[in-house]
Design a protein around this ligand. Structure first.
Ligand SMILES: [Zn+2]
Length: 616
């Protein structure tokens, strides 16, 4: 006994049985009802959505002998002859194998004669786009003025290959891919009719694989029915169809988003051992990431053709991430997929791509940053602070999870910023001051420790040591003291560097400074010893001394007033008290709310503070 494949067994015979083409079916039925049937009808759409089926049903309906409004009846002799494929008045031609002008001529010869047993002759040309240009041209005249007893039905998967002259003579129906929901219902019915139980997850896989094509889906069902017993499980489908398990795709996607390297690579390893089809696998991953992105766009819900439970799963995975992050990761995955095509080491390439995607980390949208800056500029510092805080918290959230899961591995999600620990530890590295303090006491035994002479140093130290959260709280409550940049210089150690620094700005001043016997920091002052007062006359000029003070502040980041120690006098450095204090000026700048908020938003620190044209 020959086996009738499911696709043929369950081919719709009447309009009511057609799956998922409601608008087209309704139009066709109305045209039948009102006797307004076009003489040439063209069905287009991807494979397996019902083009030929609809053409046949239409042929039946046109020739149906029943006296009813809902044609075809599928019972009269004409209908049953067409169903059996025995009708003499239905000519079904495969355009792919009958594409020449000769075949069209023969066809035209045939249609000159009246139908034998039915009212009309129906010509169905499948894959009509395969006809040659000459063949199309030979058809033109007939299509324009067809004999009254002839109807043409064309079906094509490639509408764009059909000459416009033909298109304009046809009534066109574009068949859509069948939505997942309708396919699911349809396949359930078939399984029921075949007395086979199919797990929902298995069915959902088959529906996904069908890609909107009824025939493709039914063929897969056929394959599954042949494989299994009376029950078909999710695992069966994966095995038979060589699919990648949905769970693997979801696990990897989740790991890529959360920055969980270990899980991503181990799952990939498992998949490789299982023998995945790499091309398929990457396209599944891409699809999954695309769906995650679409879920973030509320008005694009209908673009995701997935069963409800999978949508819920995706919502859970993507919930913690913003659109920009998902978009970035999807773009990187796209790039990786492209690159995979040219590599001889696909596995390594894929692993590298995974690491890259993980390292890409999370993205704070520029608009959000700009929003914060704007509200800042409007003086709305409190709200800006709150926004900055929330943005930061939201961004940190994903990183905490993988850090816990990743068995102690450092999280790499925040690649844009330095990892938290590093960020706050960094200032400790160049702490030359500490080392200096530990050195044996200098010659000037009464010289106090540098830290105490230097108001910034204490603050900086405190801030550096404080945990980031505490620091943030401080900033929320009271006017924060921004830690100045940690690269403070030591006068004795870095004196030569300072002279170089001055040399770049005032050559003569550097030369005069070189003539100093010694330079010492003492009681918040810079003591310059000169044996010959003449050598520092120019330096002692009020303007120049002010400039020198600024240089000292810029370079050492310390507020030291300059004092000249000369053989015949003890001091002459106190005559600038009434002038504006450059250090105070800088401190005011640091305290400026705009500066503070900028520091907060970008998670930075205040570095060298320089004013005016001297800054480089
Ligand atoms: Zn009938």
């Amino acid at each position: 006994m020959s086996y009738l494949v499911l696709a043929r067994k369950y081919r719709p015979q009447i309009f009511a049985e057609v799956v998922g083409q409601a608008p087209v079916v309704k139009t066709l039925q109305n045209s039948l009802l009102h006797q307004r049937i076009a003489h040439a009808i063209l069905f287009s759409g991807v494979r397996g959505v019902g083009k030929t089926t609809l053409a046949r049903i239409m042929a039946k309906a046109i020739n149906c002998e029943a006296d009813t409004d809902s044609k075809p009846c599928n019972e009269c002799s004409s209908c049953s002859q067409i169903t059996k494929g025995q009708s003499l008045d239905l000519h079904e031609i495969d355009g792919a194998s009958n594409r020449g002008i000769q075949e069209i001529r023969e066809l035209k010869e045939k249609i000159r004669f009246l139908p034998t047993s039915s009212k009309y002759k129906i010509i169905i040309i499948d894959e009509v786009h395969m006809l040659t240009t000459e063949a199309f041209n030979a058809l033109l005249k007939t299509l324009e003025e067809p004999p009254a007893h002839v109807y043409f039905m064309f079906a094509t998967t490639e509408l764009h290959k059909i000459p416009i002259t033909i298109l304009s003579r046809c009534q066109r129906y574009e068949l859509k891919r069948v939505p997942a929901v309708e396919l699911t219902t349809h396949f359930e019915k078939i399984a029921q009719a075949e007395n086979i139980t199919i797990e929902p997850a298995a069915l959902s896989l088959i529906v996904r694989e069908a890609g909107g094509s009824v025939r493709d889906g039914i063929s897969l069902l056929d394959q599954m029915f042949a494989y299994g017993d009376t029950t078909i499980s999710h695992k069966d489908v994966i095995e038979v169809l060589g699919l990648t398990d949905r769970d693997i795709i979801l696990t990897i996607t989740k790991a890529l988003l959360e920055g969980d390297r270990a899980t991503a690579l181990k799952t990939l390893e498992g998949a490789f051992e299982y023998g995945i089809d790499l091309k398929r696998f990457t396209s599944d991953l891409l699809e999954c990431m695309r769906n995650l992105l679409l879920i973030k766009m509320p008005d694009c819900g209908e673009l995701i053709d997935l069963p409800a439970e999978e949508i819920t799963q995706l919502q859970e995975i993507g919930g913690a991430f913003n659109f920009e992050t998902l978009h970035l990761k999807l773009s990187l995955m796209m790039k990786a997929t492209e690159e995979l095509r040219y590599t001889s080491q696909p596995r390594i390439a894929l692993e590298t791509a995974f690491l890259k995607i993980i390292e890409a980390g999370s993205v704070v949208p520029v608009s959000e940053l700009l929003g914060q800056v704007t509200s800042l500029l409007q003086g709305d510092t409190s709200s800006a602070a709150v926004t900055a805080e929330t943005a930061e918290t939201a961004e940190k959230k994903p990183t905490s999870t993988p850090a816990e899961m990743g068995s102690g591995q450092p999280s790499a999600t925040v690649a844009k910023k330095k990892p938290e620990a590093e960020l706050y530890e960094e200032p400790q590295i160049p702490k030359a001051n500490d080392q200096v303090e530990e050195l044996p006491p200098p010659e000037d035994a009464d010289e106090p420790p540098l830290a105490s002479t230097e108001p910034f140093a204490e603050t900086a130290g405190a801030d550096d040591l404080a945990p980031p959260d505490a620091e943030k709280e401080d900033k929320m409550e009271s006017p924060p003291v921004i830690a100045p940049h940690p690269h403070t210089h030591d006068v004795r150690r870095d004196w030569d560097d300072f002279i170089e620094y001055v040399k770049d700005r005032k050559v003569w001043m550097a030369k005069d400074l070189q003539l100093a016997e010694t330079a010492r920091e003492k009681d918040g002052e810079l003591h310059l010893h000169y044996n010959d007062p003449v050598t520092c006359t120019l330096l002692r000029n009020k303007e120049n001394r002010k400039l020198l003070t600024t240089f000292v502040l810029d370079f050492f980041q310390k507020d030291l007033s300059v004092r000249f120690i000369l053989p015949d006098m003890t001091s002459n450095g106190d005559d600038n008290g009434d002038e504006e204090n450059p250090h105070l000026q800088r401190q005011q700048l640091v305290q400026n709310p705009l500066v503070q908020m900028t520091v907060e938003i970008f998670n930075g620190q205040v570095g060298d503070i320089r004013i005016g044209p001297r800054s480089r």
